[in-house]
Design a protein around this ligand. Structure first.
Ligand SMILES: *C/C=C(C)/C=C/C=C(C)/C=C/C1=C(C)CCCC1(C)C
Length: 256
């Protein structure tokens, strides 16, 4: 772990804290409004609640780990204490939450039961694979070349990544053409958000290949992951919830 300035240390500290608050607030929201959507879409809100609950738990662990990994030094900066900063918390978190994020979205696409099961199995497995393969590369924290274990596993992980986005975007487009203008707009925004937020993770992973190492890079990585997680889990979940509410109302209106 590199030495950090006071500003670098507290920027990460505050962002981790913000992530905990965001995940917990989003969990409370989903738990409170869950019954406002019909049974057909309730699974999506439940999956969303599970995502932010799991993430809140891991952010507590990451936050405590960050506090333990550094101590203030005589110069007012922060030195490593020797307690290792455990990068596996994020990967274990993603291993559980990324498949659930995929499930959340599939459940508001208004597909047949059979199609829903097929997509969840396919994309849930791909999401799990993407994170596992990435983790094998993430443990290589010294290589700065693409031709290294980090580069190899990262490349392999990109295959399911591209596959998931390709299939999801196709399904979203098809669902948009069957949906009301309001739902269609929400679906398009969800697609855009997914591409931009998810795109951040592989770019951050590549930072060592661009020579970005040391204190500034470590801070950028932690801040970037926290912001991307808030967008990819909380904001995304709120969009999915909005789609579920609109669909519930539209389907109820069609019945009367
Ligand atoms: C809430 C957490 C989310 C949405 C995490 C998403 C993570 C990814 C899309 C990670 C992708 C990766 C690659 C495509 C290649 C390099 C390794 C990863 C795991 C960073």
């Amino acid at each position: 772990m590199p030495e950090l300035t006071s500003a670098q240390y507290s920027t990460v500290y505050n962002l981790l804290s913000l992530a905990i608050a965001s995940m917990m607030a989003t969990f409370a929201f989903f738990a409170l409004v869950r019954t406002e959507v019909s049974l057909k879409y309730r699974g999506a809100v439940t999956a969303g609640a599970m995502v932010v609950f799991i993430a809140a738990y891991h952010y507590f662990r990451i936050f405590n780990n960050w506090e333990a990994a550094y101590q203030i030094n005589a110069g007012g900066g922060y030195s490593p204490t020797g307690v290792p900063f455990n990068h596996a918390y994020r990967y274990v978190d993603w291993m559980l939450t990324v498949p659930l994020l995929v499930v959340e979205l599939i459940l508001v696409l208004d597909l047949s039961r059979k199609e829903t099961t097929r997509l969840i199995t396919k994309l849930g497995t791909a999401a799990f694979l993407m994170i596992i393969l990435g983790y094998f590369g993430e443990v290589d924290r010294t290589s700065t070349s693409v031709f290294s274990p980090r580069g190899l596993w990262g490349t392999l992980s990109t295959i399911p990544f591209v596959y998931i986005l390709f299939v999801l975007l196709g399904e979203i487009r098809a669902s948009m053409s069957r949906s009301s203008p309001q739902v269609s707009t929400l679906l398009r925004n969800t697609a855009l958000l997914t591409v931009f937020a998810w795109g951040f993770y592989p770019i951050a992973y590549m930072a060592p290949f661009f020579g970005l190492t040391g204190a500034g890079a470590e801070m950028g990585l932690q801040v970037g992951y926290s912001v991307a997680d808030i967008i990819a889990k909380c904001v995304y979940g709120l969009l999915i919830h909005a789609i579920a509410v609109h669909r519930t109302e539209e389907e109820a209106a069609r019945r009367v």
